[in-house]
Write a new protein. Sequence first.
Length: 69
Amino acid sequence: MLAEVIFLAEFCFDCFKKIIDNNAEKDNVVLSKYKDYCEGCSKEKHVVITYKSKKSIFSKMLSIILRIR
């Protein structure tokens, strides 16, 4: 079963891989139609809108939030 996650933060695919999921592939993400500013690198790029994962992305996001604090 695939879980589809919608993100509030806007990251380009490269920053998404660094911050959210290092094993992400372009086949598992939906990029924006138009370029927007990436909140990770501050460059104008297509950003990840949704991510389809077989793993629980919620546990990854929780670990990231706890690391920031």
